[in-house]
Structures are given as C-alpha cells and as structure tokens.
Design a protein around this ligand. Structure first.
Ligand SMILES: [Fe+2]
Length: 202
C-alpha cells in the first residue's frame, strides 16, 4: 500500500508550550519518514532476496531500514494524534488501570519522566496483551526497544528534534509542555480499542 502522511496542521496555533516553528519542523521530519517508507517498500518489491548478505546487500540494507521508516512514520502519527489543546482526563477505566500498575497518576507521570530521561528516543505507555496491564517502554531507535504484544496508548517523542527549537537541551521543560498537551480523549479511545482488541492504527 501507499502510505500517506496525515495533515496535522490543525495543531498549529493551539498547543501550550510547543511552538508552530517546532511543530512545522517536526511535521517535515514525519513526512520524510513516510516518503522513505514508500521508497523502501517500492524497492523491496524488486530487490533480489537471493543476493542478501549480512555485510552488505541491497535487499539486506532495505530490510534493515524498513522498520525504521515504518515506525518513524506511524509512531509520529500516534504522537501527533495524542496532542491537543483540549486536554481532558484519563477515563475511569484508564484511571483504574493506571492505579493497578503505578499506584497513582503522580507515579505514572514520574515514570514517564524517568523513562524520558533514560532514552534519546521514544517513550510509550502501552497496554500489554500478555498480562493486560499498563507498561512504559523506551526505544533507543524507531525500531529498537518495543516488546511484542503491546498496544501503544500514549506516544511521547523524546528525540531532540521534538524540542530543540523551543527548549534547547531543557528536556524536562519539554516534558512538562508535552504533558500539558496530552489529548486524553485520544488515549482513552486507544485504551478502549485495546481492551476490545481493535486495531487503532487508522
Ligand atoms: Fe519526532
């Protein structure tokens, strides 16, 4: 299939502490991953698998980068979709799940911040299909670090490109701004979908 970048320009001028300049630059990176995903999938359709090699081979290199572009595209979609000036609150069901895993919301937020300080990449709040509980996981690269059987509820982009324009190296200030702009209605909908076993990618 041909992947298409979603238009998140409606976020411009609405978020607190995340500037239009920062968002616009980030949209450009997101679109770049979508373009590369289409390019990689297109080239894989004709690359010769029989010439694969651990050191170098066209098919091998494309396979090595395929998940980078895929997650670069779709993790950003999840990230932009869980941003909104509307804010909202975790649903009662999600609050119960948060208490079961973290004890309370403060500890959940502390976990997200600690996780963010532990990686140059992504932090995800997930619901595991293995134990039915919430977890946070960190990713060092777009394609490294997310265990199997996880439904992503909240995607937090901690790459420097997500905040350098607004905050320089002050990552903690960006995290506060991110948390101020979480669209909990989007997170609640993903949690409901995860409980129901529905696909939420689109
Ligand atoms: Fe990003």
């Amino acid at each position: 299939m041909q992947h298409e970048a979603k238009d998140f320009s409606a976020l411009l001028g609405t978020l607190k502490g995340i500037s239009d300049k920062q968002l616009t630059a980030h949209f450009g990176l997101y679109k770049g991953y979508v373009t590369k995903l289409n390019e990689i999938e297109g080239r894989l359709a004709t690359a010769e698998p029989g010439a694969s090699n651990y050191s170098y081979g066209e098919f091998s290199e494309l396979k090595r980068r395929e998940a980078v572009a895929f997650n670069g595209a779709y993790l950003h979609q999840l990230y932009f979709e869980n941003l909104s000036a509307r804010g909202g609150m975790p649903s009662e069901k999600l609050q119960t799940a948060i208490r079961e895993t973290f004890g309370d919301m403060d500890r959940c937020v502390a976990d997200l911040k600690g996780s963010a300080a532990s990686t140059p990449g992504w932090v995800h709040l997930t619901r595991s299909r293995v134990d039915g509980r919430l977890h946070t996981y960190i990713m060092y690269e777009h394609h490294v670090g997310l265990p199997a059987f996880q439904d992503i509820l909240l995607a937090l982009d901690c790459w420097e490109h997500a905040f350098m324009i607004d905050y320089g190296t002050a990552k903690a200030d960006y995290l506060k701004a991110f948390l101020d702009n979480v669209d909990w209605n989007a997170v609640n909908a993903r949690f409901d979908a995860a409980l129901a076993g529905r696909n939420t990618a689109f």
